[in-house]
Design a protein around this ligand. Structure first.
Ligand code: GRF
Length: 204
């Protein structure tokens, strides 16, 4: 069993797509152990509860970097989501993990980003894409390294940008693809079908 800890800060629609995939057995051999939010108001907390998944709120209260991540680590240990058996899924988690934490969970943390990386990392990726004028954007699942949105790419899904797109319409179409991509990526990891060599993740 691959044990998931899903980290959120907000709405939680990707969280929902993952939990739904587990519930409907599109994702097997995977167990959602805990949903952790750094924001007590996150909509995703109610979603986790609806799916009967344990929730934890870890408010920063002034702590940054490793001092905060140490607390995160204790929670992961409490739910036995360990580097040996677990996967941390960032799903709209708005904090940057400290290098020390990333090192502990090396290649055991994945993130979803609403652009085709390495284009448009960071915040407001859909707005960045529109302002740049690209004709195609999309979403990316990548392993998390010590940088921002810069780890090895696991899966990408392109989405066409329409002339009349607003940030809202483009985000909505990308999000629909995110919801398919995240469960697919977790499935590949659970089935041990990903081999990583340097910057390349290959399907085996
Ligand atoms: C998604 O667009 C995701 O790509 C980005 O943050 C957003 C989270 O949305 N990292 P949700 O909370 O999953 O609805």
């Amino acid at each position: 069993m691959l044990r998931l800890a899903i980290l959120i800060s907000g709405r939680g629609s990707n969280l929902r797509s993952i939990l739904q995939a587990i519930k409907t057995r599109r994702l097997v051999g995977v167990e959602a152990r805990v949903v952790i939010s750094n924001n007590a108001q996150a909509g995703g907390i109610a979603i986790a509860k609806k799916f009967n998944v344990a929730t934890e709120i870890l408010t920063p209260s002034g702590l940054g970097g490793w001092s905060f991540d140490k607390k995160l680590l204790s929670l992961l240990e409490k739910y036995t989501v360990l580097p040996s058996n677990g996967l941390i899924c960032l799903a709209g988690y708005m904090r940057i993990l400290s290098p020390k934490f990333v090192e502990r969970y090396k290649m055991r943390i994945v993130n979803i980003h609403p652009s085709l990386l390495p284009s448009f990392p960071g915040l407001h990726a859909q707005k960045q894409a529109l302002e740049y004028g690209v004709k195609v954007s999309g979403c990316t699942i990548h392993f998390v390294n010590e940088g921002v949105d810069s780890g090895t790419i696991l899966l990408q899904q392109p989405v066409r940008v329409m002339d009349r797109d607003s940030e809202e319409t483009l985000s909505k179409r990308i999000l629909a693809q995110e919801h398919k991509l995240y469960p697919r990526a977790i499935k590949l990891i659970a089935e041990k079908r990903i081999e990583v060599k340097g910057r390349k993740a290959m399907l085996i």
